[in-house]
Design a binder for this molecule. Structure first.
Ligand code: GLN
Length: 236
C-alpha cells in the first residue's frame, strides 16, 4: 500500500475520527434539578448549542463538564443537596476545575458565607451573600444593567427576592452592580448573578459561561489533565 493510501486509511479509521468528533462536541452542562427554575436554564443553554442534563444524584455528575445551580429557594436547595449527598462531590469537581454558574439562590448556595444566615453553602466563591437584600417578593423588579464585559446594550435583569454581594475577596471580579450593590461576579471558574438571565431573551450571560466552559476544556486538553479534546467554537 502506498504511503498516501496508508495515510488515507488512517484518517478514515474510527480511531482517527473519534478525536475530531470529540473536538466538536457540544459542552455538556448539568443543571442542578432539586428545586427552582432548572428548566429555563436548560432551554437557554440548549438554545446556545450545549447538551444539558438534570443533576439530582452524585452519579449524575459523571458525564458533565460544567454545572448550573438555578434560582429557587436556597434553603431548600441546600438541604436537598445535603440529603442527596451532593455537597462533597460538587465541591470535589469544582476544586478539580469544573466551571459552575449560579443564579440568585445559586449565588447564595455558592457563596463562602451568608450574612446573618445559617444554612449549608458550598463556599466555592469568596463572597458574602445577603439574602432577600432588595426586599421581599413584592419588591421584585426588572432593570437594565450595565455589564462592562458585554458593552451595549445593557443587560435586562430580572430580580426576584434577590440577594446582593455584600463583600467580596480580592480575587473576585465584580461584573455588574445595581444601586451600588454588586450583583454579578466571577472568581476563577465560578460565575454568579443575583438576577435571572434565564428568564429573559438575553443569552449573553449564559454565552459567557459557555466560553468559560470551552476555555476550561481547552486548558484541560493542553495540559492533558482530562480526556476531553479541545472544543471547537460551538456557540457564537
Ligand atoms: N430569596 C431566595 C433565597 O434566598 C432566592 C430567590 C431566587 O432564587 N429568585 O434563596
Amino acid at each position: 500500500m502506498s504511503g498516501v493510501a496508508q495515510r488515507r486509511d488512517a484518517v478514515l479509521s474510527p480511531e482517527f475520527r473519534r478525536p475530531a468528533a470529540a473536538a466538536s462536541a457540544a459542552p455538556r452542562v448539568g443543571v442542578l434539578a432539586l428545586q427552582g427554575d432548572f428548566r429555563e436554564h436548560r432551554a437557554m443553554l440548549e438554545g446556545l448549542g450545549a447538551a444539558t442534563s438534570e443533576i439530582r444524584l452524585p452519579g449524575d455528575l459523571d458525564g458533565i463538564e460544567a454545572l448550573v445551580i438555578p434560582g429557587g429557594e436556597s434553603t431548600t436547595i441546600g438541604k436537598l443537596m445535603g440529603h442527596f449527598g451532593l455537597i462533597a462531590p460538587i465541591k470535589a469537581r469544582a476544586l478539580g476545575g469544573m466551571p459552575i454558574y449560579g443564579t440568585c439562590a445559586g449565588l447564595i448556595t455558592l457563596a463562602r458565607e451568608i450574612a446573618e444566615g445559617d444554612q449549608p453553602v458550598l463556599g466555592l466563591i469568596d463572597i458574602v451573600a445577603r439574602r432577600n437584600a432588595f426586599g421581599r417578593q413584592v419588591h421584585s423588579f426588572e432593570a437594565d444593567l450595565d455589564v462592562p464585559l458585554f458593552g451595549a446594550p445593557p443587560l435586562r435583569a430580572v430580580f426576584i427576592r434577590a440577594p446582593w454581594i455584600e463583600s467580596a475577596g480580592a480575587n473576585v471580579e465584580i461584573l455588574a452592580s445595581w444601586q451600588g450593590h454588586a450583583v454579578a461576579a466571577r472568581e476563577g471558574r465560578v460565575l454568579v448573578t443575583a438576577f435571572h438571565p434565564e428568564l429573559t431573551g438575553d443569552t449573553r450571560m449564559h454565552g459567557a459561561f459557555l466560553s468559560m466552559v470551552r476555555a476550561a476544556r481547552n486548558e484541560a486538553g493542553a495540559t492533558g489533565a482530562c480526556a476531553v479534546a479541545p472544543a471547537e467554537e460551538v456557540v457564537s
